[in-house]
Unconditional design. Structure first.
Length: 140
């Protein structure tokens, strides 16, 4: 179905609701037939769920709300899969553990604020930088 004429469908529903439903089903079945076999089963299952919702519903509004709920549940599952793939492709960065790496080649002059902080906390002066080595090689 390449062209959808809302007025035509609305008029058909007003004149003959049974013919409207038959035509709607024929269009849906025709579309399902065009889908590749790999995705057809999932589409047929979704249509079955929507048909069951429509049968159980007491009004068209309730049917639309229930169908919308199905759509959002499906969207949530899809989002979970996307997030899982994103995590697999981009693993979380290493967590900070409060340690700082200091470049020994970089000279640092203490500002007056740094000196005041060191005087206020004498234990801060006890910290020292220990170069990290692995397998006897110096880390870069």
């Amino acid at each position: 179905m390449t062209h959808f004429d809302f007025k035509e469908w609305a008029d058909l529903y007003q004149v003959d609701p049974v013919a409207f439903e038959q035509r709607r089903e024929a269009v849906l079945e025709g579309y399902v037939a065009t889908v590749d076999t790999e995705n057809r089963l999932a589409l047929e299952q979704t249509l079955f769920k929507i048909r069951m919702v429509r049968q159980r519903s007491k009004s068209p509004l309730q049917s639309a709300l229930e169908s919308s709920k199905l759509m959002w549940e499906s969207f949530g599952k899809l989002r979970e899969h996307v997030q899982k793939l994103e995590q697999e492709l981009n693993p979380a960065p290493l967590r900070q553990n409060g340690l700082r790496l200091i470049d020994q080649n970089q000279t640092h002059t203490d500002s007056s604020a740094d000196r005041a902080a060191k005087q206020a906390d004498p234990e801060a002066n006890l910290a020292r930088v220990i170069p990290f080595t692995a397998s006897g090689k110096r880390a870069r």
